[in-house]
Design a protein around this ligand. Structure first.
Ligand SMILES: C[S@@+](CC[C@H](N)C(=O)[O-])C[C@H]1O[C@@H](n2cnc3c(N)ncnc32)[C@H](O)[C@@H]1O
Length: 270
């Protein structure tokens, strides 16, 4: 069967999003312009591989990024495994805010809770003069992040640390997208997240705010005066996180994401 008919048969009755994901899966596997799918006869082996991948996507519910082993993020190609959170579009927007706001040449940047390294890698790539450090508690996540730095041709200092424990320097800018899902939220997560993404990357304690409490108390010890703090938050956490930060930071503001939901809290060092 030709690639186009094979795709069209599988795509029948799927939602728009699912069809799109299936298309990406085909595009990745075939490395062939879509315009040529109809003329391309699949070998039995190619058809089998595509059918197996489609089964993982459509029946098992595995995220597309896991099947492809990568995702696009803020103009970087990011390798992902089940050891790291799949980078989200909201976090790309956070990188955009950081990129447009930090006006310090040769800025020193700390990405706390780096996971795949998506924030650290893409900012280092966009701002070659910045000096970027990335922290995570998870050795397997750091392995993925190191690979991403290598693949994207950027130099990053990686530190394995339980939050600030092994962090010794002061920075011009601290960014963090920490785990922020509450106990109740964990039960409500879609299966594609609950079953495939690491608990360590998601769970933020009973009310989801444990990491923000930690950051509110400790980040100021590593942030220079008037340095920038950028946090990604859950959509209902804006006011609470802002309140936590007020004691140790100035100019605390809650910002919305592209979907008009509270998603970031930014502040300046005192
Ligand atoms: C929500 S994920 C964010 C990953 C990535 N920065 C992103 O935006 O896609 C949170 C990350 O925090 C890490 N983490 C969890 N507990 C930690 C701790 N105590 N200290 C440092 N990192 C931690 C997890 O391993 C995970 O990689």
């Amino acid at each position: 069967m030709n690639a186009y008919d094979f795709f069209a048969n599988m795509a029948q009755g799927l939602s728009h999003t699912r069809r799109n994901e299936l298309m990406w899966l085909f595009r990745d596997a075939l490395t062939l312009d879509m315009a040529n799918w109809a003329q391309y006869e699949l070998s039995n082996e190619e058809a089998l591989i595509l059918a197996q991948k489609a089964d993982r996507l459509l029946n098992i519910g595995e995220p597309l990024a896991h099947i492809l082993g990568r995702t696009e993020f803020f103009w970087s190609n990011i390798h992902v495994t089940p050891d790291v959170l799949i980078p989200r579009v909201e976090t790309e927007f956070l990188c955009d805010i950081v990129s447009r706001t930090v006006d310090i040449e040769q800025a020193t940047i700390l990405d706390m809770c780096t996971g795949s390294g998506c924030i650290a890698v893409s900012l280092a790539k966009k701002h070659p003069d910045w000096s970027v450090t990335a922290v995570d508690i998870s050795a397997p996540a750091l392995k993925v992040a190191r690979q991403n730095a290598l693949d994207n041709g950027v130099k990053i200092e990686f530190i394995q640390s339980d939050m600030w424990q092994n962090v010794t320097k002061m920075y011009d800018c601290i960014i963090s997208n920490p785990p922020y899902i509450s106990s109740v939220g964990m039960q409500e997560l879609p299966d594609s997240v609950k079953n495939f993404e690491p608990h360590l990357a998601l769970y933020g304690g009973e009310d989801g705010l444990d990491f923000y409490r930690n950051i509110a108390t400790n980040a100021s010890k590593h942030l220079k005066k008037e340095g920038y703090l950028f946090l990604e938050i859950g959509e209902e956490q804006g006011e609470k996180v802002a309140e936590l930060l007020k004691a140790n930071f100035d100019n605390v503001k809650v910002l919305k994401d592209l979907f008009k939901k509270d998603r970031y809290v930014i502040a300046r060092g005192k």
